[in-house]
Design a protein around this ligand. Structure first.
Ligand code: FES
Length: 164
């Protein structure tokens, strides 16, 4: 495992480094610290780039594989940058029957964005989820905290253009 002495990554500013060091220093003697440390560091950077995983592993004196295992197990953590807005498209049965696949395809084509990815300008991330509990509104797309029901493929562009 590399032993990083410096966090060198375009998404990690020099102001973030003392904060990250402080989090590691506050937790490194605590059992089970890896989840809170990852969560706090992700809150600072926005996601968990690999160099940060190595840094945390080194700081907590844990194998990289163990830290990476936690990151990949919990959907809360992300190894890729998130967009400024998260689009959640429901692939539950009711939404599927009502045409969410066409909506997803239109989002993908319109924004060059596949499921699980983020646009290159980091405007949007796209996630597929299972039943959002609003089946009466199917097909459902949630953007950040906003629930949009009865969405059709032809509405995708106008629906998303408000999210800069
Ligand atoms: S199936 Fe989509 S909200 Fe229930």
């Amino acid at each position: 495992m590399p032993t990083p002495t410096q966090l060198n990554h375009p998404d990690i500013s020099s102001e973030m480094i003392p904060e990250i060091d402080g989090i590691i220093a506050a937790h490194y003697k605590t059992n089970g610290a890896v989840i809170p440390v990852l969560r706090l560091c992700q809150d600072i950077v926005g996601y968990l780039p690999m160099v940060l995983i190595d840094y945390i592993s080194y700081g907590l004196n844990l194998p990289r594989s163990e830290v990476l295992g936690v990151v990949t197990f919990y959907s809360l953590f992300s190894l890729i940058p998130k967009g400024r807005h998260t689009i959640k498209a429901c692939l539950g049965t009711a939404c599927y029957v009502k045409g969410i696949k066409e909506v997803m395809t239109r989002i993908s084509n319109e924004f060059k964005l596949k499921e699980g990815e983020t646009t290159s300008d980091r405007r949007f991330s796209l996630e597929a989820v299972r039943c959002l509990g609003a089946c009466g509104l199917a097909p459902v797309v949630v953007v950040d905290q906003d629930t949009h029901g009865s969405v059709s493929a032809s509405q995708v562009k106008s629906l998303l253009e408000h999210y800069e």
